[in-house]
Design a protein around this ligand. Structure first.
Ligand code: KPL
Length: 332
């Protein structure tokens, strides 16, 4: 394997970023977690620009991961401030979709001329946006059905500030590929990602759409009803909404002729909601924790496509409005 020379820098140190760090380290592939803050200094554009700004030296954090079978592993993960100046050649972005652009801009001056950037996130739209903004870099889109949660109690405990703790909550599959075929996707990058169980797919946009379709239905409806994924299935009003939203998603996917067969969002949604019945979706959690949601890159992206094709997706529009209202209520 040609993996030894690659060091991955990871932007976005939530559950998925940490899960990927553990996957790299388990395979002895070097990786570095990038963080926004130094211990006592918030990194703002102004502070970075100021001559007085001295990034703290890199420290390692102890990452504890609780596996699906409840066994635990610990890894020492090197961390670095985004304000550091060391070159970044291979970047994995695991931030929320709406943070992608700002997060990449924060380290853009550190990117080597032919840097490879893997975007492993929910939603669509950001992959195209970043590809347009950074035409000289290789942008790889990735998607996963793995589930992970940050164990907040341990991670926010000041006494344990050099510790990160996550739980792997759902086994899944992960794919990567270029939106447009690109010879810059060289074997050492492919091997490095395959070494951690990701599969290369030559039609990644189809897989991104498949995941988007599921997220378009489960995420906002669980957030609106404040329920677990499985609780969408045992209530007739919720089920009617699941069916209606799935039909609208299908009408857009079918009009785009993305799949060989007709889209079957409802079937996929029922399967995923049943398989993750006890989980709370990421959007339900964002709303419950008063955070911004990824609605613009999930249902918002669907709406943009529907508008371009002049397809009526009025229920999707209502769902977007409801989520934006819930987010606004959280702010007051
Ligand atoms: O990806 C998810 C999410 O919560 O964002 C699903 C598939 C809905 C699982 O919860």
């Amino acid at each position: 394997m040609h993996t030894h020379k690659i060091t991955w820098h990871i932007l976005g140190t939530g559950a998925i970023g940490c899960l990927w760090a553990s996957k790299f380290l388990q395979q002895a592939i070097p990786c570095v977690l990038l963080h926004r803050h130094t211990e006592d200094q918030e990194v703002t554009d102004k502070s970075v620009a100021s001559k007085n700004f001295v990034p703290k030296p890199a420290v390692s954090k102890t990452l504890t991961i609780t596996h699906l079978d409840k066994s635990q592993s610990q890894y020492k993960v090197p961390t670095q401030s985004i304000a550091d100046t060391a070159e970044i050649r291979y970047l994995l972005v695991c931030t929320k979709s709406y943070q992608t652009q700002v997060a990449i801009e924060s380290i853009q001056s550190r990117l080597s001329t032919a840097a490879t950037i893997v975007l492993l996130q929910n939603g669509m739209g950001q992959q195209q946006l970043i590809s347009e903004r950074l035409p000289n870099h290789l942008i790889i889109a990735a998607t996963t059905t793995e589930g992970a949660l940050v164990n907040t109690a341990e991670t926010t405990n000041i006494a344990l500030e050099n510790r990160l703790s996550i739980s792997h909550t759902g086994a899944g599959v992960s794919y990567f590929g270029c939106l447009i075929e690109n010879p810059a996707l060289v074997p050492k990058v492919i091997y490095s990602l395959q070494a951690i169980g990701m599969q290369k797919d030559d039609n990644i946009s189809r897989l991104l759409w498949q995941k988007l379709a599921i997220n378009c239905v489960i995420n906002p409806l669980t957030a609106i009803h404040n329920c677990r994924n499985g609780e969408l299935l045992n209530d007739s009003q919720r089920l009617t909404q699941v069916e209606r939203l799935s039909r609208e998603v299908d009408s857009v996917i079918n009009a785009l002729s993305l799949f060989k067969d007709a889209a079957n969002t409802l079937k996929n949604v029922l399967k995923v909601a049943a398989a993750t019945a006890n989980n709370y979706s990421s959007m339900q959690q964002d709303i419950q924790h008063g955070r911004k949601t990824e609605i613009d890159f999930i249902n918002g992206y669907l709406q943009q496509q529907a508008d371009k094709l002049a397809i009526n997706t009025s229920f999707n529009q209502r769902v977007i409005a409801d989520i934006l209202q819930l987010t606004a209520l959280n702010r007051v």
